[in-house]
Design a protein around this ligand. Structure first.
Ligand code: BGC
Length: 755
């Protein structure tokens, strides 16, 4: 009913101005393709270019001021297709859509925002969630983010970031799903499905955006925005799969990237955008530039000026210009006077943008995401907090637990809770937090459960929880050590919460030294010297290097940034209400000098270096070649035994399959979850193949004493790779099957032959 009313309202205005009947593009009975074509025919070149133009709202002073009359006028003239970073929820979005409704053709705006790990309810940072290896939970996290965001007027998120990364110096590693193409592809799909919902026009869904296309995570030396120099085989085998998976999951949009790839800025890369994405993968959505990345092609030394950059970008397949102001100023001349850009190129880009606006129902109701009641309900839904808490507990990795120090008993008489992160609220959000940047009205002290509050609430009333900060995250002040040592001495057990600060990872937050900042390691040493049992919580967005802690502290929980329910989730795991089940989605190095270090490397001709035997072997004189903690590592409070590996047969051809089965038994005393991992190795190839590659996994729940049968099916697609001619396929030969609890902890093995 409401739909029809709005439709006739819009149509009515148009009729009065220029038409006798409802224009076809506003007729909901017409197919989307026909509506797009009808609208396109009516548009002037200026209006078409407008659809490819995106501005940011005034997040901070350095951003353009949309309240500025100039931009307001442009929206009214149909010269803006999308806005990002709108603060103020439905009320403000409604104002902007009102402006768009004053334009001649009344084309609604796409409203974009970086909804990366939750909207108000803040979930763990994406890398932390990836550690859960729990695809349903990850999907639910994106779903809830979409439910909240869409209720505030947002209809498009610039997420998921699906960049593979093998370099923890890169601050944006926290936004991805780690180093493995298989795991990251599944997570990419879960996130796209979660954000977008089941139907393109789900009012509680938002368009997703696979970014940053491509290879941004391989920035040389882990320095953000740096060049990427990579073989095409590595690009195809390792870096492109999550993008391809997102494309196959119907992700609405792609974002290109700041880096150059082998000398060509990704924003101007025809190979990436036209040949691969829109050509080979037949992507039907549109590509948005990264922030100002069209303009940055001048600085790269790839374009003479903004006009040249705009031509290069659109010809390469970049459809929408985010914040370079190039398309809006120069596309017109490039088409009409210079004839460098053919109108069909512009039409194709505009079609792609319009199609999305139709698909998400914006033409039928430009205000469909602007319902104040829905907004209020979505932002105060207690179920969302429950899901965030559960996701957070699933993300915590138990790296070490000597002598089963964990879980702690709730009736421990005195616990010392020490460290710079214990009483923090906002730090737990990590980077890319909407609450932190956009929602000044949220009372973070109440909304975010600090680690202190979470633990305090969980302990028995007559147990004591003592506090000392010890030191700051950064700086060299050790004056708080004495108090911290005194607290430790009075405690039966000490929990130390240390790490980075929330903005030491994220965009432009690369570090060359990824050890614990400041004097925190010294604090840990001082507390350990008291002889008390110590549990360390490490808070960060990236893998850090903490060798002393790893060697000397009996229990370590890697807590990443866990979001608004951090304190509750940490208490859940510390006291054993939740048995940890997370596994590292990437390799933790021992030394920065080992980077890039990843589990699915080649063997080389000289493997096997050890501490003492490294001469003429591929190793180091001063550090082992092995990781500190391996990809897939993560302990539980219980133990799992793997047995009875069986392969249904020992040979297969490319149309057959082999079933791999085994029994897993929970031999400990707690119920728990285990991620059973299947790795394969292609022994001999026309190009060398990795020493192992994750090809499947199952996350299973077992009661104490319970045994479950786990099965994997090996089909030909699990054996395929890109050869040196970039042809994708499998090659006959022998394959090793490895079943493990991590990439290093391989428990069972066998082999088969592909005929
Ligand atoms: C980031 C993108 C982000 C965009 C809009 C850029 O600086 O690289 O990932 O989506 O800003 O906020």
């Amino acid at each position: 009913m409401k739909k029809i009313f709005i439709l006739s309202l819009i149509a009515g205005c148009l009729c009065a101005a220029c038409e006798q009947q409802t224009p076809r593009y506003l007729d909901t009975t017409v197919s989307i393709d026909n509506r797009v074509e009808d609208l396109l025919k009516r548009m002037t070149l200026a209006e078409k270019i407008g659809q490819l133009n995106q501005y940011s709202d005034d997040v901070s002073d350095s951003y353009p001021m949309l309240r500025n009359d100039y931009y307001v006028q442009e929206i009214k003239e149909g010269k803006v297709g999308s806005l990002l970073n709108i603060t103020g929820g439905t009320k403000r979005v409604r104002e902007y859509q009102n402006l768009a409704m004053q334009s001649r053709l009344k084309i609604p705006l796409l409203i974009g925002l970086d909804v990366v790990h939750g909207y108000k309810t803040t979930f763990p940072t994406p890398l932390a969630e990836a550690a859960s290896w729990d695809l349903d939970a990850i999907k639910l996290s994106a779903r809830i983010a979409a439910v909240e965001a869409s209720a505030t007027g947002v209809n498009w998120t610039f997420a998921p970031m699906v960049d593979i990364c093998r370099d923890p110096r890169w601050g944006r590693i926290m936004e991805g799903a780690g180093e493995d193409p298989y795991l990251a592809s599944l997570i990419a799909v879960a996130r796209v499905q979660g954000f977008q919902g089941d139907k393109a026009d789900a009012v509680d869904g938002i368009m997703a955006c696979a970014k940053h296309f491509a290879a941004y995570g391989a920035a040389l030396a882990g320095r953000d925005y740096n060049s990427v120099d990579m073989s095409l085989r590595t690009l195809w085998d390792t870096y492109l799969p999550p993008f391809k998976a997102a494309c196959e999951a119907n992700v609405a949009t792609f974002m290109n990237s700041f880096n150059d790839l082998n000398g060509i800025p990704a924003t101007g890369s025809r190979y990436l955008q036209r040949d691969i994405l829109k050509g080979q993968w037949k992507f039907q959505g549109f590509v948005v530039s990264d922030w100002g990345s069209i303009g940055e092609m001048i600085t790269h030394g790839y374009a003479k000026n903004s006009k040249d950059a705009s031509a290069k970008a659109i010809l390469a397949g970049n459809d929408m210009d985010m914040e370079s102001y190039g398309y809006i100023r120069f596309l017109d001349t490039l088409v009409t006077d210079d004839k460098i850009v053919d109108i069909t190129v512009v039409d194709d880009a505009v079609r792609r943008v319009l199609r999305k606006k139709f698909e998400i129902g914006l033409f039928d109701d430009p205000y469909r995401y602007c319902d104040e009641e829905r907004e209020k309900a979505a932002l105060n839904n207690p179920e969302h907090a429950k899901a965030a808490r559960s996701m957070a507990a699933k993300s915590i990795v138990l790296l070490k637990n000597d002598n089963n120090l964990l879980p702690l008993s709730k009736s421990t008489k005195t616990v010392g809770f020490i460290g710079p992160l214990v009483k923090e609220h906002k730090q737990n959000l990590g980077a890319w937090s909407i609450v932190d940047v956009f929602m000044s009205d949220v009372n973070c002290e109440e909304f975010i459960v600090s680690q202190w509050d979470g633990v305090r609430q969980r302990m028995d009333a007559d147990s004591k929880l003592l506090y000392a900060k010890g030191c700051e995250i950064e700086g060299d002040d050790t004056s708080g050590f004495a108090e911290a040592i005194a607290v430790a001495r009075q405690s039966d057990v000490v929990v130390l919460s240390i790490g980075e600060s929330k903005l030491m990872t994220g965009e432009a937050r690369s570090r060359s030294d990824i050890s614990l900042p400041g004097v925190q390691e010294e604090l840990v040493k001082a507390i350990c010297a008291t002889g008390k049992p110590v549990v360390v919580l490490i808070n960060t967005g990236r893998p850090l290097i903490f060798n002393w802690v790893a060697d000397n502290v009996p229990a370590i929980l890697y807590t990443w940034w866990l979001g608004s329910q951090a304190g509750n989730a940490i208490a859940d795991v510390l006291f054993g209400d939740v048995n940890p089940s997370a596994k590292l989605p990437l390799t933790f190095p021992r030394s920065v000098g080992q980077i890039p270090l990843y589990y699915n490397h080649f063997n080389t001709g000289r493997p096997g270096a050890t501490d003492t035997d490294y001469v003429f072997k591929s190793g180091y004189m001063d550090v082992r070649t092995s990781p500190r903690f391996a990809f897939g590592h993560g302990l539980s409070y219980t133990d799992f035994q793997y047995a009875d590996l069986k392969l249904s047969k020992k040979t297969m051809n490319s149309s057959e399959q082999i079933t791999v089965s085994l029994n897993v038994t929970n031999t400990g005393k707690y119920a728990g979850e285990e991620v059973v991992q299947l790795y394969l190795r292609d022994r001999i190839g026309s190009v060398v193949r990795p020493v192992k590659e994750l090809k499947d996994f199952k996350k299973i729940h077992l009661q104490a004493g319970e045994t479950k049968l786990v099965e994997f099916v090996i089909t030909n697609d699990k054996l395929c790779f890109y050869n040196d001619l970039l042809q994708y396929g499998s090659e006959a030969g022998e394959f090793d099957v490895m079943i493990g609890s991590s990439s290093e902890d391989i428990r069972l093995g066998d082999a088969f032959e592909l005929k």
